[in-house]
Design a protein around this ligand. Structure first.
Ligand code: AMP
Ligand code: FE
Ligand code: FE
Ligand code: ZN
Length: 283
């Protein structure tokens, strides 16, 4: 059986394994294919490709922070982009802007916390991001260090980063993002589209509109989907002629999920590869 995990994070964003450690862990976990999909960045690609074990195919990707403006307030969502050309100007400019926004927003959250007497600092949080995409998990790390919460999930409760100290990012419009990924020769898959545990989800009608605009797949099997949500997403993918994927969304110790906890079947994977201009890094 081919084991394919198409959604993994490294220290280039909010994972806790470096890109080299991540691909080695993928090999050790018995994966045959692994995608590196850091939030809003391709900065882990080169290191991951260089350290890749021989028997592990590496899919270079990213998880783009997007927003759908069809609801009030707008709903944030994540788009997995695979096998695209990172030098394509529009998408490259989008990534630079997202990086910049992330840093700016994290700094604002830190200021709000400090104004309430919380003893963390921007240099500390920035340090945890270690030059990668800064995210709330890095602020969570500072809150843990300060002894205010015990775990990353606790830091996402509404009294902390979930609501009270929540600051939105200015993400990409989801239709513009699908267009950019396609223009860069990549394939776009909607990450955890029905994850009601994370908050509001988009209506199926939007997913149909995105499919018409070039969306290629839906991530069905994900720890944030209930069994009913997984089944619904699979059925929707079937109806719309989209591929259905499954993946761990591994974040190292920032989450409890393990590599390969959910996987993508070979047929879906082969369709993704065939539809993209870029190729996986193989043997
Ligand atoms: P950000 O991208 O900065 O808005 O932070 C969101 C990231 O935090 C997600 O990509 C997850 O990695 C992580 N995250 C979100 N909710 C939780 C949670 N309840 N527990 C742990 N990590 C979470
Ligand atoms: Fe994350
Ligand atoms: Fe995500
Ligand atoms: Zn993710």
């Amino acid at each position: 059986m081919t084991r394919i995990d198409l959604h993994c994070h490294s220290t280039a964003s909010d994972g806790t394994l470096t890109p080299s450690e991540l691909v080695r862990a993928g090999g050790a976990a018995g994966l045959d294919v692994m995608a590196i999909t850091d939030h809003d960045t391709t900065n882990g690609w080169a290191e991951a490709a260089a350290a890749r074990p021989e028997n592990l195919a590496l899919v270079r990707g990213a998880e783009l922070s997007c927003r759908w403006h069809g609801a009030e307030p707008a709903i944030s969502l994540h788009l997995l982009a695979y096998l695209f050309d990172p030098t394509e100007p529009q998408l490259a400019a989008d990534l630079v802007r997202l990086q910049h926004d992330r840093a700016h927003r994290a700094e604002k959250i830190v200021e709000l916390l400090r104004a309430d007497g919380v003893d963390i600092s921007w240099p500390e949080v920035h340090g945890y991001a270690a030059g990668g995409s800064v995210g709330r998990p890095h602020i969570a790390q500072a809150l843990i260090r300060a002894g205010l919460v015990r775990t990353t999930s606790e830091a996402f409760a509404s009294r902390w980063l979930g609501a009270r100290y929540f600051v939105p990012k200015s993400d990409l419009d989801v239709f513009a993002a699908v267009a950019s990924v396609r223009a860069a020769g990549g394939v776009a898959v909607f990450a955890h589209p029905n994850a009601t545990v994370r908050g509001r989800v988009v209506p199926d009608k939007l997913i149909a509109d995105l499919a018409a605009a070039g969306l290629f797949g839906l991530e069905a099997d994900h720890e944030d989907h209930s069994p009913a949500e997984r089944a619904h997403v699979r059925a929707l993918a079937d109806d719309l002629g989209l591929v259905a994927t499954g993946s761990s969304d591994f974040h190292g110790t920032h989450k409890t999920v393990q590599l390969g906890a959910f996987t993508t079947d070979l047929v879906a994977y082969e369709k993704i590869v065939a539809a993209a201009t870029g190729a996986p890094v193989l043997g």
